[in-house]
Design a binder for this molecule. Structure first.
Ligand code: PBG
Length: 316
């Protein structure tokens, strides 16, 4: 492979293509003359759109084919939404960089209502995320929450066709696709703690590919990377591998930028139990912070909640 080319393996949803084009443009801005090619692929996750994600093996389905292309040498990098990247990588692959994070919050999207609070009794809300479901139910047990899968455009179409009164999506995806005007309101992190890594784009490479890892360095954002690392370390300690009711969100301490705050949440999908924990620690020890928050959640009984969720998904 020419020393002057980078090949990006990407899914073909508009959001995935936006992210791949973004990395391509950033790479070319940092390295004038660099050739960047996109290798579009359809993943198992894209094909199995009718099955609930938690029942078909979770988010790993969206990245396996991309990772295989890296292992086989058909591509050099895979661009991911960090919240979809499993905690463990195949042998020889790993994350090279994490870019500056977009707004990490969840967005309330509705054609008729401005916010969750404004929804009438028994309103129909679409989301396939157990994390969003448990936080919604804990505030509004009356809502009828049902599964909503597909890419961002498909989900918006289902809303527009009247299947739901509202849906919840990541703000970042809507902003990137220039669909920001579909956001009725942004949900505070107090009412919907985001998924670990939400809003951040990361790049996976072969770990021994020094050329490519070197070329990617100007795209790395240390602050976002430390925050996402803390969130992912928490998730890993909780063994939150596939789709689970786990949320994690880290921010810089407003008083001391060397310190990081991490809040974690584990909840029963019914919303009847929602556990939260919060810790602060040095930025350069993001992993330890993640583990500390995970352990505080486990002490409160998070293990039993997660086991029950995994148990259910195995039963079907
Ligand atoms: N689960 C799919 C997915 N993966 C990343 C995003 C949004 C962008 C991001 O979090 O970076 C979305 C859509 C959504 O949850 O609304």
């Amino acid at each position: 492979m020419s020393d002057n080319t980078i090949r990006i393996a990407t899914r073909e949803s508009l959001l995935a293509l936006w992210q791949a084009e973004f990395i391509k443009a950033e790479l070319q801005a940092a390295h004038p003359g660099l050739e960047v090619e996109l290798l579009g692929m359809t993943t198992r996750g894209d094909q199995l759109l009718d099955s609930p994600l938690s029942k078909i093996g979770g988010k790993a389905l969206f990245v396996k084919e991309l990772e295989q292309a890296l292992v086989d040498g058909r591509a050099d990098i895979a661009v991911h939404s960090m919240k979809d990247v499993p905690m463990e990588f195949p042998e020889g692959l790993g994350l090279a960089i994490i870019c500056e994070r977009e707004d990490p919050r969840d967005a309330f999207v509705s054609n008729h209502f401005p916010s969750v609070d404004a929804l009438p009794q028994g309103a129909r809300v679409g989301t396939s995320s157990l994390r969003r479901e448990c936080q919604l139910r804990s505030q509004r047990p009356d809502l009828q929450i049902s599964s909503l899968r597909g890419n961002v455009q498909t989900r918006l179409r289902k809303l527009d066709e009247g299947e739901f009164d509202a849906i919840i999506l990541a703000a970042a995806g809507l902003i990137r696709l220039k669909l920001e005007d579909r956001i009725a309101s942004l949900m505070s992190v107090e009412s919907s703690l985001p998924a670990c890594g939400q809003g951040a784009v990361g790049v996976e490479t072969r770990l021994d590919d020094a050329r490519v890892i070197g070329l990617l360095q100007p795209l790395h954002n240390v602050v976002s990377a430390e925050q996402v690392m803390a969130e992912r370390a928490m998730n890993r300690r909780l063994e939150g591998g596939c789709q689970v009711p786990i949320a994690g969100y880290a921010i810089a301490d407003p008083k001391d930028p060397k310190q990081l705050w991490l809040r974690g949440l584990v909840g029963a999908p019914s919303g009847e139990v929602v556990l939260t924990a919060e810790h602060c620690g040095p930025r350069d020890q993001a992993e330890a912070l993640g583990v500390a928050v995970a352990e505080a959640l486990l002490k409160q009984g998070a293990g039993a909640i997660l086991k029950a969720v995994y148990g259910d998904s195995k039963a079907e």
